[in-house]
Design a protein around this ligand. Structure first.
Ligand SMILES: [Ca+2]
Ligand SMILES: [Ca+2]
Length: 106
């Protein structure tokens, strides 16, 4: 998805990044948006999709995560006011991409 754009699925690392993105999502009428957060196996920790590092900040809805599956993925969910919920990685939702703030003009 995002790879074709030279980007990656967004990874939410801070409350300010979370707020910034949520405000943008409010202007769209979609039920859910994929982000780059993944639980590879049951019993492992949620990881950033690009690096495999443990995610330190995860703004879950208070009811989430609530499913057991591997792998397990995460979305901003509209009925949670765009807090995160876990969802099957097989579902089709809109991806949110992000890119480092460096440009390679070659
Ligand atoms: Ca980020
Ligand atoms: Ca869920």
């Amino acid at each position: 998805m995002c790879n074709e754009l030279g980007a990656r699925l967004i990874e939410i690392e801070t409350p300010s990044e979370n707020e910034y993105i949520k405000n943008i999502l409010l202007s769209y009428n979609h039920e859910a948006f994929w982000i780059g957060l993944r639980l590879p196996t049951v019993g492992s920790t949620w990881q950033l999709a690009s690096s495999g590092e443990d995610a330190l900040y995860i703004p879950w809805d208070e009811s989430q995560p609530n499913q057991v599956r591997e792998p397990n993925c995460a979305v901003f969910w509209h009925t949670f006011d765009y807090r995160l919920g876990d969802e099957s990685c097989e579902e089709i939702y809109h991806p949110i991409c992000e890119q480092d703030a460096t440009y390679n003009m070659n």
